[in-house]
Design a protein around this ligand. Structure first.
Ligand code: SAM
Length: 287
């Protein structure tokens, strides 16, 4: 119990020593709709920040600070931390937990609705990181929003559901390999860093988690038409069990086959067997 008293905010301690009966305490109501599973093992935030290896003069974005356990560690490592928290009922708790940390700013809003580029425009920094324990119900939309906001993020370190990490980091030829894998691999080198048991959270989720890192590629493959490329990848995976011939009926199949033949493949191949490089080559041959 002493461990909880000193490691977390008062509210977590109250929730936890009452076996999660936080409703009774009337202190904090965890909201399932916001994916609220908070870390109760304070060693994990330290480990996450260790993986992020935050350089001096950097700005860190955290999505979903919750009760601030990761935020406090980020504040020690970064020049500035900007957090986005959708749940305004966490404001008092975060005010208390982050008291005196004047390099932390919390924006109470839905991250997906923010013009993040605009939010960052008044800050000066050399490196940009995103470090977070993401709400699982919107993992992919958050990462997509980050990429599409064109912020020039150097490194992303996020805790996500294990099964989603398997998809993000999948290799061609595996069941988990999909359009999101190709999308992310176009921008980043991905790595699974470490597993986090469901027992490290309150309330305890039904799944285990994995911390992954996404390092910005030093050199991206050259694309003639980015929009065409991502549409092609999406369409190729539309029906996973179907061949490219069936999924890409609206495209110039001769031009697609031209490239496939160079890799000793033909239109009977499935999207899950094609590497990022082959998708890029096909796309550039189309337009
Ligand atoms: N960082 C905390 C931790 O590790 O203990 C909490 C992580 S919890 C998995 C996810 C957090 O994201 C919650 O605080 C939740 O309220 C917040 N959240 C959910 N949806 C959000 C959104 N659209 N924008 C910003 N924050 C969101």
């Amino acid at each position: 119990m002493i461990y909880y008293l000193f490691s977390f905010g008062v509210f977590i301690q109250l929730c936890y020593i009452n076996n999660g009966d936080f409703m009774k305490d009337n202190v904090f109501h965890f909201k399932k709709k916001f994916g609220q599973n908070f870390l109760k093992d304070q060693t994990i935030p330290k480990k996450i920040v260790g993986v992020a290896d935050i350089q001096k003069n950097s700005l860190v974005i955290e999505i979903g600070p919750g009760a601030g356990s990761l935020t406090k560690e980020l504040s020690k490592a970064a020049k500035q931390v900007i957090c986005y928290e959708i749940d305004t009922s966490l404001e008092d708790i975060l005010d208390r937990e982050l008291l005196g940390l004047d390099n932390v700013c919390v924006i109470y809003d839905d991250f997906l609705k923010r013009d993040v580029k605009q939010d960052l425009s008044s800050y000066e920094y050399h490196y940009l990181y995103v470090v977070a324990n993401l709400p699982y119900y919107i993992t992919t939309p958050i990462i997509t929003h980050l990429i599409e906001s064109n912020l020039g993020v150097d490194k992303i370190v996020v805790m996500i559901q294990k099964e989603v990490a398997d998809r993000f980091c999948a290799k061609p030829g595996t069941r988990e390999y999909g359009s999101i894998t190709v999308f992310l691999n176009y921008y980043f080198d991905l790595k699974k860093e470490f597993l986090v048991s469901r027992n490290c959270f309150v309330p305890k989720p039904n799944v285990d988690s994995v911390v992954i890192s996404l390092n910005k590629k030093t050199e991206q493959l050259s694309l003639n038409n980015k929009e065409l490329f991502f549409q092609l990848v999406k369409d190729s995976f539309r029906f996973k069990r179907k061949t490219l011939r069936n999924n890409l009926k609206g495209y110039c199949l001769e031009k697609i086959e031209e490239i496939l033949n160079e890799y000793h493949l033909d239109l009977s191949v499935r999207a899950e067997d094609l590497s990022l490089e082959i998708f890029v080559r096909i796309s550039n041959n189309l337009g």
